[in-house]
Design a protein around this ligand. Sequence first.
Ligand code: PLP
Length: 488
Amino acid sequence: MHPIDFKASKSRGAIYLQLAQAFRDAIKSGKLLKGTKLSSARAMSVAYQLNRHTVMNALQLLVAEGWLESREKSGYFVTRSLPIESSSQQKKQPAYEKMNLSFADPLPEPKTININDYKYNFAGGLPDINRFPFNEYKRAVTKACRHIDINQLHYGEIAGVSELKAQIQDYLVRARSLKCNDLLICNGSQEALFLAARSFISPGDYIACETLGYPPARRAFSSCGARLVDIKQDEQGLCVDDFAKQLKQYKIKMLYLTPLHQYPTTVTLSPTRRLQIYRLCYEHGVVIIEDDYDHEFHYQCQPLQPMAADDPAGIVIYISTFSKLMFAGARVGYVTACGQILAQMRAHKQLINHKNDVLTQLAVAHWMSSGDFERHLKRTTKLYKVRYQAMADTLTQCQRQGLPLQFLQPDGGMAMWVNCQVNVQDVKRRAHEQGIYLQTEDEFYFAHSVRSLKPNTCDVSHIRLGFAGQSEAQMHAGLMALMRVIYP
Ligand SMILES: Cc1ncc(COP(=O)(O)O)c(C=O)c1O
């Protein structure tokens, strides 16, 4: 019996696989019934005009997969135990319908933007990837492949390759006065933020967050079941009085801070407030997540050392990233904290993804040890300082021309926070239509906080303008176009 109508096609891959697929289709559709004896391989090869070996290969594959059974001296049969009815019986059965999927914590589909679709790009924290020294880095990648210890390529060590950890540890002492005993290499800061929350937060626990704030951090906390408490801030950063008040109201377990360049307002948290906040956290048993995402880019003076550099009680989880020093796609971030906390975070990391990409870690370690990494940082800090000044100059020029802009030149970072003194609710959409990418104040509130500072009316007047990612000329032209959108 030759129940399938088979004709080999030259364009659809190996012929024995096509034949096997034709058999599978016939069995699944009920055309070829379970228990049916197939005709001999020789007869099939004649009927389908195929080489007998091709037919045998297809039959053996179907036996191996369980669609057919081979019985000695009897030939091939469709497996009896298959739960498939004949095609005539199938017609009586209801067709499968899409099942209702019940997700545990349904999230909206992530929106991704392609920054290259915009003529002018004021995205807040983007480095200028065109300036990345790919040739230098290629040498580091080649070296990583050439001198690899293959033992490192197994699952093994979760926390990161020792070469990269050692380079980062040395660098942190030199560049940030931060001495740390151990590190955990993560898939960017985002994974570290999630792991920190996962290690401490049980559903219903409270995390205090500076407001305005970094939405991806809040979303990660909230997905771990955290209830968010918004804390006010002013031109010196997080308001200590407000934090103290909320500590009385809620049993806060963690505090999320971006103390060096507050996201999105760019304010640097003063040393006095850092000490006050540290003391309050210690007294109330609160763990601090310090997200130091763009430390190097500070222009007016040396950046303040991280809060983690003075952490006698071991309550600071310090998180940083290579996303600004290299590019976000590198996915290299790291975290340091006291040994007990790091051990928990390692255990949670193992559950998610075992470890980071070893070759990238080794390449970055070679790039750092060659000195090229720090030379790259020096060049980019110089470049971004020029762009920082150019943006401030253009905005000042706009003020002189009578536009009611207000801004404070931040001490560092990669963006400026500008008060346009008009409602900018609709500016983002209109700017995007003109090929200008920027972010507006409304994006940085969180609607679901238990104590929410989100204003009822959407009377928002600030925009965040990244200055690092495009040339001065491009930035100038983009700002002029943007002003026409904001003040039509
Ligand atoms: C506040 C803040 N934290 C962290 C990051 C970096 O995230 P990642 O290391 O996951 O790329 C960014 C990037 O924009 C950021 O703005």
